[in-house]
Write a protein that binds this ligand. Sequence first.
Ligand code: HOZ
Length: 425
Amino acid sequence: MTKSSELFARAQKRIPGGVNSPVRAFRNVGGEPWFVARGEGARIWDVDGNEYVDYVGSWGPAILGHAPKVMVDAVRDAATRGLSFGISNPLEVEMAELICEWVPSIEKVRMVNSGTEATMSCVRLARAFTGRDKIIKFDGCYHGHADPLLVKSGSGALTHGHASSAGVPRAFADLTISLPFNNAELVKKAFQENKNQIAAVIVEAIPANAGLYFPRDNFLSALREECTRNGALLIFDEVITGFRVARGGAQEIYGVMPDLTALGKIIGGGLPVGAFGGRAEIMDQLSPDGSVYQAGTLSGNPLALAAGLTQLRELERINGWKLLEHLGLHLEELARAAIKDAKLDVTFHRLGSLFCLFFAAGPIHDLAGAQTSDLKMFTKFFWGCLKRGVYFAPSQFETGFISTSHTPGDIQRTGTVVRDVLAEL
Ligand code: HOZ
């Protein structure tokens, strides 16, 4: 019995499903999850000593790779001064200033402890600001696990067949309208049918929780126009895309300004963090200035912010976005050549350091398209790569992440593994 198996047997007795987040359970790739011992750069080792090139990167935040010295030093340094105070600290001001400088639409920002808190707080704020209750989201977009957003959701909820969660009161779910991504006409119709009732449209500007696909035909600007015309707020969930696809996130790339933005992961460098921000007149509705309550003992935690600030500054110092594009393009070229030679119906999507393979002919622009992927093929692909030392997310409905610490050699090796595995399918 491996050490991972032993740990999983113990975990299942005391942790529901043996995991603290469902995506870790390997359920839809049909096997047991392994337990990680450590990581360094682009590599991770399991408790049995197996080594993998990692393309999950803690689901996004490890954009510089694992345990970069500069960040470990920053966290260690911050820890010697105290782990948590529940009192304002200087790093909170530095982080707020950095976020407002880098993210085009954010004038004021508040730190929270997870992406879920960030999106949940955006929705509450939007409801208070507009005096309306309903929200529009999109099928397959995942915005964490708060009640209003677990309707036709992506990520683990979709993977495990509970895209609309049990336990969400019907009355809450009825206030959430979920529509197919990339269909602006249906958004227009929903606004017409729910006149003066829609508080906000919340969207992953680049959906990355049902595989990866992209907005097209000016979909994001159409959302912007509909929200403005109807007095609703536009919320971008940039928990994955923020600081990764560009310094200013997806909103910088597409040039569409949301009213509110949810951020997470990367700004904590792997420690638990989220943030939400936007127009000052909306953010000023928050307590203590306004009447929208939102709070957190650990919010703005000095260790998390030391890690996050160091990571973001390092990313800028090394021009990480250029490097990530270079590495991503290299992987794309290798993957596309392997797909062509394997003569398989595989659709490869990539933007910068985000990528995904669907086992379907495509084109794929929404959840329905993503669900045409052959999951049996994905499962074989996943295990084939893992056995050869390359770790991709254990679900079709997730995204791959490249870090700045992946070397050209890692990418080349991954390309060879992808080629070998596809050839065997
Ligand atoms: N796709 C998820 C986050 N965006 C994966 C992480 C998790 O749910 O644990």
